[in-house]
Design a protein around this ligand. Sequence first.
Ligand SMILES: [Fe+2]
Ligand SMILES: [Fe+2]
Length: 160
Amino acid sequence: MLLHDQAVKNLGAEDYLVIANEHALLEKFLDNLREACACCKLGEQKSCTTCDPEKRASCQGRLPSFLYYVIDLAAKHFDHEEKIMLSRPHVTEDYRYFQLHHQAHADIMEKLNSLVDKCFALDKLNNPANIYRQFHQTLSDIFAAHDLEFDDPFIGSTKS
Ligand SMILES: [Fe+2]
Ligand SMILES: [Fe+2]
């Protein structure tokens, strides 16, 4: 994930560290999610048919805690990112790029929360490996799209 990599280069050293560390945590989260169910690990296209029911239930049961973790991580990160943006010269809450970026963060939070609902609505007979793959793909896509769409605006907002 290349979350705002170019953009954050324009930030002050301390702000850069905060943002870079949080982006690294988001990447680590996606890696952990991918490894969470042994059957859905990178390159493995197995399903959980050979796992016993307890193992399946435990894999599926751990998914909400992954989502709660990323919701917390993303909320804190977006908050930091926005505070840093607002601390830049010329950037106010009326600044168009700030508004767009802020709205994109709010949209992501909404999507993450709706994933929790989706997760609890899942049929217990589902194959956890597929569910983990789907959630990993969905979350990777959400963060990658944010990176792409807001990389340039963030560069603009961090230039004084
Ligand atoms: Fe970010
Ligand atoms: Fe952002």
